[in-house]
Design a protein around this ligand. Structure first.
Ligand SMILES: Nc1ncnc2c1ncn2[C@@H]1O[C@H](COP(=O)(O)OP(=O)(O)O)[C@@H](O)[C@H]1O
Ligand SMILES: CC(C)(COP(=O)(O)O)[C@@H](O)C(=O)NCCC(=O)O
Ligand SMILES: [K+]
Length: 255
C-alpha cells in the first residue's frame, strides 16, 4: 500500500515514502536532493527502499527534470503520476485566471493547507506561504476559494540580482538587524524584510477581505530562516505539499 510523494522545486527534489496513500499515514522514509544530483536517486537514497505501490508528484522544474526523475523511478514497477493545477480539487476552488497556469506546487500546497484547516475545524481564511527558490503568498478564503497570491524572489535570487546589477554589493552574508549598519547586514535584512513585509501585507489584505483573521501556514526549505522575523502568528508545516499530495491521492482512490 506504500505511497511515494515527490515535490520537485527549482532547487531541490523532496520525497517521502508513506505507509499508505492516506492523510496522516506513517512516514517510512524521506529525503531531499539538489537537482544536480537527482540522476543518482535510484543508486543512492532510493536503493533498498521498500518498493512503493503508487506515486504522485508535483513538479515546477520543467519537463526535462521530470523525465530525469521518471528514469530514476524505473527502479520500481509503478506509473509516474504528476499533479496538475485545475479548476477544483481536494475541496479547493482555483481562482486563477487560467487555473492550469498556477504552479503545481502552489496548488498542491493550497490543497494541503485546506486539509489542515478542515482537520482542525478552522472555518476562516488561510494564508499559505512557501519560501523556496521563489516565495509565494497565497490566499484561501473560509470557503476554500483560492483568491490569488503573490510571487516574489527568494532570498538567494534577490541577493544574486543585487550582486549582478551593481558594482559595490559583493559581500558575505550578514545578519538580520532592525537598523543595519554595514552592507552585509543591510542586504540580508533587506531580503528578509521584503519577504516578511509581503507576507504581512497579504495577511492584512486577507483579513480585510474576509472580515476574519487568517491562520497562516508556512512551508519551504527556507521557511525557518524567515519565521523568526514574522510579526504575525504562523505555523511551520514542512510537509504541506506532501499533505496535499496525500489528500489528492486519497481523494482519487475514493472516486
Ligand atoms: N540544507 C539547507 N541549509 C540551508 N538552507 C537551505 C537548505 N536547503 C534549502 N535551503 C534554503 O531553501 C531554499 C530552497 O528551498 P526548497 O524548498 O528546496 O526550494 P524549491 O522548492 O524551490 O526547490 C534555498 O534557496 C535555500 O535558501
Ligand atoms: C512560483 C514558482 C516559480 C515557485 O517555485 P519554487 O520556489 O517552489 O521552486 C512556481 O510555483 C511556478 O513556476 N509557478 C508558475 C507560475 C504561477 O504560479 O503563476
Ligand atoms: K517548492
Amino acid at each position: 500500500m506504500s505511497f511515494l510523494a515527490i515535490d520537485i522545486g527549482n532547487t531541490r527534489l523532496k520525497w517521502a515514502l508513506y505507509a499508505a496513500p492516506q492523510p496522516g499515514a506513517a512516514v517510512l522514509a524521506q529525503g531531499a536532493a539538489f537537482l544536480e544530483t537527482i540522476d543518482e536517486l535510484a543508486d543512492s537514497q532510493w536503493r533498498g527502499l521498500q518498493p512503493p505501490r503508487s506515486m504522485l508528484g508535483c513538479n515546477v522544474a520543467g519537463d526535462a527534470v521530470r523525465r530525469r526523475v521518471e528514469e530514476q523511478l524505473e527502479l520500481w514497477d509503478l506509473t509516474p503520476r504528476w499533479a496538475v493545477s485545475n479548476a477544483r480539487d481536494g475541496g479547493v476552488r482555483n481562482g486563477y485566471d487560467h487555473p492550469g497556469r498556477l504552479g503545481a506546487d502552489r496548488w498542491v500546497a493550497l490543497i494541503g493547507a485546506w486539509a489542515h484547516a478542515q482537520a482542525r475545524g478552522v472555518d476562516g481564511p488561510v494564508l499559505v506561504v512557501m519560501v523556496g527558490t521563489a516565495v509565494t503568498v497565497d490566499a484561501l478564503d473560509g470557503e476554500g476559494r483560492f483568491l490569488g497570491g503573490l510571487i516574489l524572489p527568494g532570498h538567494g535570487i534577490m541577493l544574486r540580482a543585487l550582486e549582478s546589477g551593481t558594482a559595490g554589493l559583493h559581500v558575505p552574508t550578514g545578519e538580520v538587524r532592525d537598523f543595519p549598519t554595514n552592507t552585509s547586514d543591510a542586504l540580508t535584512s533587506g531580503g528578509t524584510f521584503a519577504i516578511t513585509g509581503a507576507i504581512e501585507h497579504m495577511h492584512r489584505r486577507l483579513q480585510r477581505h474576509c472580515g476574519r483573521s487568517p491562520i497562516m501556514l508556512m512551508t519551504g526549505g527556507a521557511g525557518w530562516k524567515v519565521a523568526p522575523y514574522l510579526d504575525i502568528q504562523h505555523e511551520l508545516v514542512d510537509s504541506l505539499i506532501f499533505d496535499g499530495l496525500l489528500a489528492l491521492q486519497a481523494h482519487r482512490l475514493a472516486l
